[in-house]
Ligand binder design. Structure first.
Ligand code: C2E
Ligand code: CA
Ligand code: CA
Ligand code: CA
Length: 385
């Protein structure tokens, strides 16, 4: 049978037994006992709906206590593979914290039972420590966000034909109180592991809209601002509506906002397709970022109506030295033209690269040659172009 039945007083498992199964109590009750300082101590009393014996199964160690039925009891055995599979699917940080806790609990218990040294502190493992550090960093990021301690950098995009700045990409910056500047590559990835990326994204969007409004006010023409959004933000309902509300609140034409979605994050075509068409309804353009570095989405590209393809710096970097890299950039420019998408080439660092891009008919160039990312204050300190 799938159930285990015990009569009052019967032992389910004993201290030291191998951890083959955990149990879910259906009816009845179980007392969990251990010997401590020579006496039998009841550690817990469990009833219907409670799990028993899962701890040893989780960390694959001998039972640390004895479980006895206190009345007639029916249990559902839970196979260790069932637990192992769920455990493997949990967040690695939570898993290593749990494993560490169990180890320390066992250490304390065996000291009480007189089986181990009296003070046997179990040190944290490397993965536990990494997990704790990540959680700490995440709390500090939350704090920085609440204190509006994140900043925006704006990197200019050159309209290649007209030879003038057409817009900026908003890049988030975090100056950590102890560690100094932390790369967005690190903390955006951290924020993406939880839904913290959503308020971070909103903050960036707010600051980006405000920045464009300030640039317009200061006579910098009507630049667009491109904002990076991650997959987790896309699946968060109301993203586009909130962007539209912000643009309207700052009295910006909606055409002045572009979203950038990184190629490697375009996994759910239907979702991305919906976001794109919603954006188009509101006059917002959408760029495919880091084009060429993700998995090959060429087969699906025709389904997604991106307005802009951003060619990753991996291609522009080698464009002049390597004819094959040049051939790729050339082909992407042509592809963009055929799909009626604008082409941005990133990572433009030399005027030779820019000349080549002009020859190819690329629309926008972005990179250190055009300008490094700078704060709005720095940009405003210069006279308008
Ligand atoms: P990305 O969107 O591809 O941004 C371009 C990155 O290339 C930026 O790094 C920029 O500073 C750098 N870059 C620009 N021109 C040049 C150049 O000529 N040479 C070289 N070597 N590098 C150049 P950054 O600011 O460190 O951002 C890294 C990534 O972090 C971004 O890649 C983007 O994926 C992510 N990120 C930044 N801000 C945000 C944000 O607000 N939200 C989200 N979701 N992601 C963001
Ligand atoms: Ca980007
Ligand atoms: Ca990029
Ligand atoms: Ca990138």
């Amino acid at each position: 049978s799938l159930r285990t039945t015990l009569q009052a007083g019967e032992v389910l498992f004993r201290e030291g037994d191998p951890p083959d199964t955990a149990y879910l109590i259906e009816t009845g009750g179980i007392e969990v006992r251990a010997r401590q300082r020579g006496k039998d101590v009841v550690l817990s009393l469990l009833g219907p709906g409670d799990l028993v014996g899962e701890m040893a199964v989780i960390d694959d160690s001998p039972r640390t206590a004895t479980a006895i039925a206190i009345s007639d009891t029916v249990l559902f055995p839970i196979d260790r593979s069932q637990i192992a599979e769920r455990l493997a699917g949990t967040d690695p940080i939570v898993r290593s914290l749990l494993e560490g806790q169990l180890k320390r609990y066992r250490g304390a218990l065996s000291a009480l039972q007189g089986r181990g040294p009296d003070t046997a502190p179990v040190p944290m493992t490397t993965s536990e420590r990494l997990g704790v550090n990540k959680i700490r960093l995440e709390s500090q990021l939350r704090e920085a966000l609440a204190a509006r301690g994140l900043e925006l950098s704006l990197q200019p995009l050159l309209d290649v034909d007209r030879g003038r700045i057409a817009g900026y990409e908003a890049l988030v910056r975090w100056h950590h109180p102890e560690r100094g500047p932390i790369s967005p590559v690190e903390f955006v990835a951290l924020a993406e592991e939880t839904s913290l990326i959503v308020p971070v994204g909103e903050y960036v969007m707010d600051a980006a809209c405000e920045s464009v409004a300030r640039l317009v006010e200061a006579g910098h023409g009507h630049p667009f601002v491109a904002v990076n959004v991650s997959a987790r933000q896309l699946s968060h309902p109301g993203l586009v509506e909130r962007i539209v509300a912000r643009a309207d609140a700052a009295s910006l034409p909606r055409g002045s906002i572009k979203l950038e979605i990184t190629e490697s994050q375009v996994l759910d075509y239907d979702l991305v397709g919906q976001v794109i068409s919603l954006c188009h309804n509101h006059g917002i353009k959408v760029a495919l970022d880091d084009f060429g570095t993700g998995y090959s989405h060429l087969a699906h590209l025709h389904r997604l109506e991106f307005d802009v393809l951003k060619v990753d710096q991996a291609f522009s970097r080698h464009m002049l030295g390597d004819p094959r890299a040049m051939a790729v950039v050339e082909a992407v420019v042509q592809l963009g033209r055929a799909l009626q998408a604008e082409i941005v080439v990133e990572g433009v660092e030399t005027s030779a690269q820019l000349q080549a891009l002009r020859r190819l008919g690329c629309h926008y160039a972005q990179g250190y040659l055009i300008g490094r990312p700078r704060t709005l204050t720095d940009i405003l300190a210069e006279s308008p172009p």
